[in-house]
Design a protein around this ligand. Structure first.
Ligand code: GLA
Length: 740
């Protein structure tokens, strides 16, 4: 009996606790919800009308009992100007500012109100929690769940929204943001990144002033070609590496995105990000959930350096496929042969790969198509059978030959695309995204397949599956995407009676379905994401891909700047850097730059002089000895090439016993001053002693640096070290090791 009573009270207690957690406005006047990581806190609070607002963004407040009082510290009169700090701003009722969500209900009514209903916080593990907040329309059976996943130690938040309804017919989602953030501060600086082919990730920092600044993409595929979904917001002053509060953010979505940065009339910042609503009204059926993509952001009070390291650690540990694993160094034939090769020429290159010491050979574009052989980029895409003339014994033969030489074999595909000169196009015009009544428009002579169509999804999955079924030893896939979507129109959606405006979203969802299937069957095989250079590469794709290709621009000077900018958001293990013949820099410079990431080569090794070959072998062997630090260690951007005559980047292993520092001359004026000064290292242990040694020197060229130099971490981080970069020594790599 006693036991029964105990059980009864425990159960009642649990129910009460649950009710307390999912408290409604009936129970308390105001609900205050903290979203907190180790060093940051966002506070959300209901107002007297039970709408949810953002009331605080800053360092964590210590006293739970004081959280509620924060709401009263600001005094905005919003009667005439909308409510700017709404946590998820609806359209069509009281709000007159830029909405986060806009819908047309099943009965055609365009109004939405969202009131707080309940919230819960789940502790996933010691470091990770998920807070979900339910908001409901009091009139329609329509609800939104705001989700915040927090990695406390890394100060990283992933935020998304789930939208669902129980109305009689589909509801048209006209705008459906992932996140609607609000920051109050005096000044805000935005760094965004623009690009074009061969000029990806060009940064620009501007002070945000009145009005909305929009960064967006409408390209459909290859979506980051012109603008990227990566950004930095710096609070109070421009972003700097070791000081100040900064937010590094990215919308993890592989299609059209829109980031709106609005300075409101109180001079605060509203940030609304999500899928670009452009031509994308989405029909959401009753009882289905529309999960928006995630906004991922890292916060730091100590500048962009710490924020990046946190984001990089998070990415390796929690996000990127095999983020804490290994990668394959490689030799690629693209720039060495372009389309002009056959079986003999290719197998002739394997030995060179083995000789210089890379792990794998990657066969690029041009290996397929028979009726329309892929001898240039205007034919064959879509026909994924080996070209019999070039490869009479098939890919299997090449895989075997590579194995004999002791290297693995990988292959290039571009499975989402089609040339009009292809058998696929002849058979399945209805699979192609094109306006049936208008002339076709090509980008690099090709068009995009309609991945909203499940048959096309099967086809694309089949391309990869067939390759692996036939060649189980295949070690790597380079997945390219060289076109944008013109003439956006889907025959499939039309047949199904679904709106054309579903296409941009359903394309990307279809693509994720294919990748999901590939990863279920082939969980580990490394895959590189490429998009005519750097048109893709974000954290939703990186759940499926181990790495990405940042740009076709491999000119090493340019590359320093490009890699610098990518490094704000991505760990080096995810960025593929190849040594090619681009530019006038010496081979050593090219190899050193490519070593700050996943190293590859795209050269004809037989064309190298004996000394060059000797250098490559040595540098690759050095790379194998320090790659673990570059891939898994902490990165410190020491000297910024945008502001100095040199660039310096450093990687330190987790126990601070080893490091590698890369230094480059980025300016070749005669009278250089930056090179006269030391570089201040970072991330070492002040109390440890370290040897500093130059590595990757060219054969028979001695280092000008003192041999066997030993310094304390304290000295190297305060007084610094001069790598003696100058016009004769344009690239200097230092190996740092603890000495006991
Ligand atoms: C794109 C890629 C290159 C190469 C070619 C092949 O341009 O970025 O690396 O694979 O396609 O056509």
């Amino acid at each position: 009996m006693k036991e029964k009573l105990n059980f009864y009270f425990k159960r009642q207690g649990a129910i009460l606790l649950l009710l307390f957690y999912s408290a409604t406005s009936l129970w308390a006047q105001k609900i205050t919800i903290p979203i907190a990581s180790e060093n940051h806190m966002i506070l959300l609070q209901t107002d007297h009308l039970n709408r949810l607002r953002t009331i605080y963004f800053g360092k964590p407040l210590q006293n739970q009992s004081e959280l509620e009082a924060v709401g009263a510290t600001t005094n905005y009169d919003e009667n005439n100007s909308g409510i700017y700090n709404s946590a998820y701003t609806p359209a069509g009722t009281w709000n007159l500012s830029e909405p986060a969500i806009q819908v047309k209900h099943a009965d055609g009514n365009p109004s939405l109100e969202l009131k707080y209903s309940s919230y819960k916080k789940e502790q996933i593990d010691a470091n990770t929690s998920l807070t979900s907040i339910v908001l409901k329309d009091p009139v329609y059976l329509f609800e939104v769940i705001l989700c915040y996943k927090v990695w406390s130690k890394e100060n990283v938040i992933e935020q998304w929204t789930e939208i669902r309804h129980k109305e009689k017919k589909a509801v048209l989602l006209q705008k459906f943001a992932s996140a609607n953030l609000y920051f109050s501060n005096k000044d805000f600086y935005l760094t965004s990144f623009q690009g074009e082919y061969l000029k990806e990730m060009q940064s620009i920092e501007t002070k945000l002033e009145q009005g909305i600044r929009t960064i967006d993409s409408k390209l459909g595929t290859r979506a980051m070609l012109l603008q990227t979904p990566n950004f930095m917001v710096s609070f109070g002053k421009p972003a700097s590496e070791n000081q100040g509060t900064v937010l590094l953010g990215q919308l993890a979505w592989s299609g059209n995105f829109k980031l709106d940065f609005e300075i409101d009339s109180h001079k605060n910042l509203r940030l609304i990000t999500g899928i670009n609503p452009f031509a994308s009204e989405y029909a959401l059926a009753p009882n289905e959930t529309f999960k928006t993509p995630s906004l991922i952001y890292a916060l730091s009070n100590n500048g962009t350096g710490e924020a990046s390291r946190n984001l990089q650690n998070w990415a390796r540990k929690y996000r990127v496929l095999d983020g804490e694993g290994e990668r394959l160094t490689l030799l690629n034939n693209w720039e060495a042969t372009y389309f002009d090769f056959d079986e003999n020429k290719i197998s002739g290159l394997f030995k060179g790969a083995k000789d210089i010491g890379v792990d794998m050979f990657l066969l690029d574009d041009g290996w397929f198509g028979n009726k329309y052989p892929r001898n240039n980029d205007d034919a064959g895409l879509g026909d994924w059978q080996e070209n019999k003339k070039k490869l009479p014994h098939g890919l299997g033969y090449l895989v075997k030959e590579a194995k004999k030489e002791g290297v693995k074999f990988g292959i290039w595909i571009e499975p989402e695309m089609v040339n009009s000169r292809s058998e696929l196009y002849e058979k399945h015009q209805d699979w192609v995204i094109r306006q049936p009544e208008r002339p076709e428009i090509y980008y690099r002579n090709q068009m995009v397949l309609d991945l909203s169509n499940p048959e096309v999804q099967d086809f694309v999955f089949g391309i990869v599956d067939n390759l692996f079924v036939k060649n189980p030893d295949l070690a790597f896939i380079k997945w390219d995407c060289n076109a944008v979507i013109y003439n956006a129109y889907s025959t499939y959606l039309n047949k199904k009676g679904l709106p054309q405006s579903n296409l941009y979203v359903d394309y990307i969802k279809g693509l994720y379905k294919v990748l999901e299937r590939i990863r279920t069957k082939y969980p580990k095989v490394p895959m590189m994401l490429c998009s005519g250079g750097g048109g893709r590469g974000e954290y939703e794709f990186l759940k499926y891909f181990t790495e990405f290709w940042p740009s076709d621009d491999t000119e090493p000077l340019e590359r320093i700047f490009l890699q610098w900018n990518y490094s704000y958001f991505f760990p080096s293990i995810t960025t593929d850097n190849h040594v090619t013949d681009w530019g006038k820099q010496p081979l050593k410079f090219r190899v050193d730059v490519a070593s700050m990431g996943k190293l590859g080569f795209d050269i004809v090794t037989d064309h190298l002089s004996e000394k060059d070959k000797q250098f490559c072998k040595q540098a690759i062997s050095n790379y194998h000895s320090f790659k673990d630090i570059v891939w898994h260690g902490d990165q410190y951007r020491l000297v910024n090439p945008y502001e100095n005559e040199i660039a310096s980047l450093m990687y330190v292993n987790k126990d601070k016993t080893r490091a590698v520092v890369f230094n480059y001359l980025v300016n070749n004026r005669f009278n250089l001053t930056a090179t006269k000064r030391p570089v201040l290292f970072n991330g070492l242990d002040s109390n440890k002693m370290y040897s500093v040694k130059e590595i990757n020197t060219y054969p028979n060229i001695d280092s000008t640096l003192k041999k066997d130099a030993v310094f304390s971490g304290d000295f190297l981080m305060k007084a610094g070290y001069n790598p003696d970069v100058n016009l004769k020594r344009t690239s200097v790599v230092l190996e740092i090791k603890e000495v006991k």
